[in-house]
Design a protein around this ligand. Structure first.
Ligand code: PMP
Length: 422
């Protein structure tokens, strides 16, 4: 581990030196959409592409071996980072979206040889939550449609947490799958995953966790959380785009039908039929994103060296500061709870009478890069009677000065639009 020295951390991110124009420094507060990469990640990808690039798992030549070693080393690094009991439980995908689709697709594709708990059938129920990103909602809607199962959801409460009062009528013997996010990409709410996974297990349901927004920001351990599957996104955890992770309990992965079919995932192939190999290769058809996986391994090493406790503490302090700042501005409504350990660094808000795109535009003119819109969580916004919001999100390199610039920018936005309406 290394000390959490912000100045030295910022020097790791070459992009932070960029200026938007001669007068405007970059204030990047959109890590929730995609994070920036430290040079350790960029260098790892460049080194792989410069020295070791070849197709993995194929051929006996030395380059193929070097590439395969690098790819499998990345798998080991990721498995340690997420607390996976076994390295072969880590499947590389193209992103969190693909990881979630993989599970939802596979659970509907079983036949009589598939264990019942891994096969969604008519009459079964799939339980999601009202705060899900579309990536963890739409695939389950489609699974329900394909199989004749019923989709149900845990509603959101007025205080921006899950309303668990009716949990026992939602999570029942009929529930096959509970799919939920660890941390809301809009509200910052951190869900009580351990408790919910335990309740799911008690009724024989699988828990599928969307960890795209949690794994980059807090200590994360799949075994401790007690879930069955977890989806992670490379580009949200200081790693490359085009790579993500599905972690699943080995006994599940080994008994599930494959998702994509083709090369690298077969055992034998005849003209009539094929048999499939063991996980993780079973779910890695085709040529995987190799340099991206290597970059993701480097991102895990980078975060581990900083220490996830320290990362969480840093981002918690920034979140508290942002929430306190916004609380002092009339006309701002924050979506999400006040500062608490179950509340992490996505700070979304609406401004009375000002469209979220206008807020984003004024902030952009000040160099402050935030996300606007529905953030792929349309039902969540509908629940709170709005069509969109503006969201600032933080990372390891974010400073208090940047948070202050953001709060000041929001105040100036309101002044500007009030001036226009006077
Ligand atoms: N889930 C959540 C909560 C997200 O925020 C995102 C990305 N916006 C995803 C899933 C999808 O991740 P990816 O871009 O890796 O497909």
């Amino acid at each position: 581990t290394r000390p959490f020295d912000l100045a030295s951390i910022r020097r790791d991110f070459p992009i932070l030196e960029r200026r938007l124009d001669a007068d405007t420094a970059l204030v990047y507060l959109d890590s929730g959409a995609t994070s920036q990469r430290p040079r350790q990640v960029i260098d790892a990808e460049v080194a792989f592409l410069t020295h070791d690039n070849a197709a993995v798992k194929r051929g006996a030549h030395r380059m193929a071996e070097a590439a395969t070693d690098a790819f499998e080393h990345a798998r080991t690094t990721v498995s340690r980072f997420i607390g996976a009991p076994r390295t072969d439980e880590v499947v590389f995908t193209r992103g969190a979206t693909e990881a979630l689709n993989l599970v939802a697709r596979s659970l509907g594709d079983g036949d009589d040889s598939t264990p019942d708990h891994l096969r969604v059938s008519p009459g079964d129920e799939i339980l999601v939550t009202e705060m899900e990103h579309h990536a963890n909602l739409v695939p389950w809607q489609e699974l329900a449609r394909r199989t004749g199962a019923t989709l149900r959801w845990i509603p959101l409460a007025d205080d921006y947490t899950l309303d668990l009062t009716d949990l026992s009528s939602l999570l029942t013997e009929r529930t096959k799958v509970l799919a939920l996010t660890h941390q809301s990409n809009v509200l910052g709410t951190v869900n009580p995953v351990r408790k919910l996974a335990e309740a799911a297990r008690a009724v024989g349901a699988l828990t599928v966790l969307d960890a795209a927004q949690s794994a980059p920001h807090m200590p994360f351990d799949v075994a401790e959380l007690g879930v069955d599957f977890a989806a992670l996104s490379g580009h949200k955890m200081l790693g490359p785009t085009g790579v993500g992770v599905l972690w699943g309990r080995y006994e599940h992965l080994a008994a599930m039908p494959p998702y994509l079919l083709g090369g690298s995932m077969i055992e034998t192939v005849t003209m009539e039929y094929s048999t499939y190999t063991a996980p993780p290769a079973r779910f890695e058809a085709g040529t995987p994103p190799v340099s991206q996986a290597v970059g993701l391994g480097a991102a895990c090493d980078y975060l581990s060296a900083l220490g996830m406790e320290q990362v969480a503490a840093h981002e918690h302090a920034l979140t508290t500061r942002a929430l306190e700042g916004l609380a002092g501005i009339d006309g701002v409504r924050v979506l999400g709870r006040s500062a608490s350990p179950e509340r992490s660094g996505a700070v979304a808000f609406v401004v009375d009478g000002v469209h979220t795109h206008d807020v984003g535009q004024v902030l952009d003119s000040l160099g402050i890069q935030v996300r606007v819109g529905h953030h792929c969580a349309w039902p969540l916004h509908r629940r709170y009677g709005i069509t969109g919001s503006t969201r600032a999100s933080f990372s390891v390199h974010t400073t208090e000065d940047e948070v202050d610039a953001f709060v000041d920018g929001v105040a100036r936005t309101i002044d500007y639009f009030q001036g226009l309406s006077r």
